[in-house]
Design a protein. Structure first.
Length: 311
């Protein structure tokens, strides 16, 4: 049934196609008006407007009635297909629709490995019409993918000492937090007092290892070094945490490491407190798209899931 009353331009174009399809099926404008709850004048106006849009006559006089021209019949056939596709899209995009389609996820390795991959395995059974496309990216890269509509969901992180700037165009869902410490060689002497600035001051002459793909680590290092009264000598960069540990074990420098993961031989961790260093993980979607059923389902599963707490 076509709704009467005011409609915007996009609805009006669909409505015109509906009027034409009904005319092809029912044979008279009066019958179309009765079926759609409108007037013959409205039907005539809508068909005339559609003819103007298409640049060709769609109806012609036939006694006291009208009939479709060859172009009108052809367009009516297309209208049936178009309207069916529109209805299918509306059903698919309805908040009440079952999750189907492809969700594109860009995110950092730990979130993908520890929380997303188990979910994907479960979804293959529970929602076989839903597929997940995965791309591994650090936060800035994932957010860039999101902004360019190359991803539907970004799994990102920041640090409490290097918070990301909020964007009102995004819906940000907190996932988890994890404490971080300072990774140093296992034969290094440790400071006699606790506290992040004191620990940093103890290693002020060391080389420091930053992240090659995210500036948050470097910001944390520079912030705590500033509190300790020195400028860190940032030399090496690595994104992979195993590689960072390998550099530390080789005596190449010191760097931030998560507290909750095993260390490689030759590496020890020093807790950082007062202030603490905390990684904060988030699921991020573009505002207005977060209610799309496949995306809402995946975000909910990730939010309520459990996984390793590292980078």
């Amino acid at each position: 049934m076509i709704r009467s009353g005011f409609v915007d331009n996009r609805e009006m174009e669909t409505r015109r196609l509906q009027m034409l399809a009904e005319l092809a099926r029912r044979g008279s404008m009066r019958a179309v008006a009765e079926a759609t709850g409108t007037t013959t004048s409205t039907v005539s106006q809508q068909i005339a407007a559609l003819a103007q849009d298409m640049g060709t006559a769609l109806i012609e006089p036939h006694g006291r009635r009208v009939r479709l021209t060859p172009a009108g019949r052809r367009l009516a056939e297309h209208a049936v297909t178009i309207l069916a596709a529109v209805e299918a899209a509306q059903r698919d995009l309805s908040p009440d629709a079952p999750p189907t389609g492809t969700v594109r996820v860009a995110g950092f390795a730990t979130a993908i490995r520890a929380q997303l991959l188990p979910i994907i395995s479960d979804l293959a059974t529970s929602h076989p019409q839903l597929s997940i496309l995965v791309r591994e990216h650090e936060p800035a890269e994932a957010l860039h993918q999101l902004a360019n509509d190359e991803a539907d969901l970004a799994l990102v992180y920041d640090y409490n000492l290097a918070p990301a700037e909020p964007d009102p165009a995004l819906v940000i869902t907190p996932l988890w937090t994890a404490p971080w410490g300072l990774g140093v060689p296992d034969d290094a002497a440790l400071p006699p007092v606790s506290g992040a600035p004191q620990t940093f001051r103890w290693f002020r002459t060391a080389d420091w290892i930053g992240n090659s793909r995210n500036t948050g680590d470097e910001t944390v290092i520079r912030t705590l070094a500033s509190m300790a009264g020195f400028t860190p000598h940032l030399t090496h960069q690595a994104d992979n945490l195993d590689l960072v540990q390998g550099m530390i074990a080789a005596g190449m420098g010191v760097g931030l490491l998560p507290m909750g993961t095993p260390t490689l031989p030759g590496v020890q961790r020093v807790p950082l407190t007062a202030p603490d260093v905390v990684l904060r993980a988030f699921a991020v979607a573009r505002r207005g798209r977060d209610s799309w059923p496949p995306l809402a389902l995946l975000t909910d599963l990730i939010t309520t899931g459990h996984g390793a707490r590292q980078r």
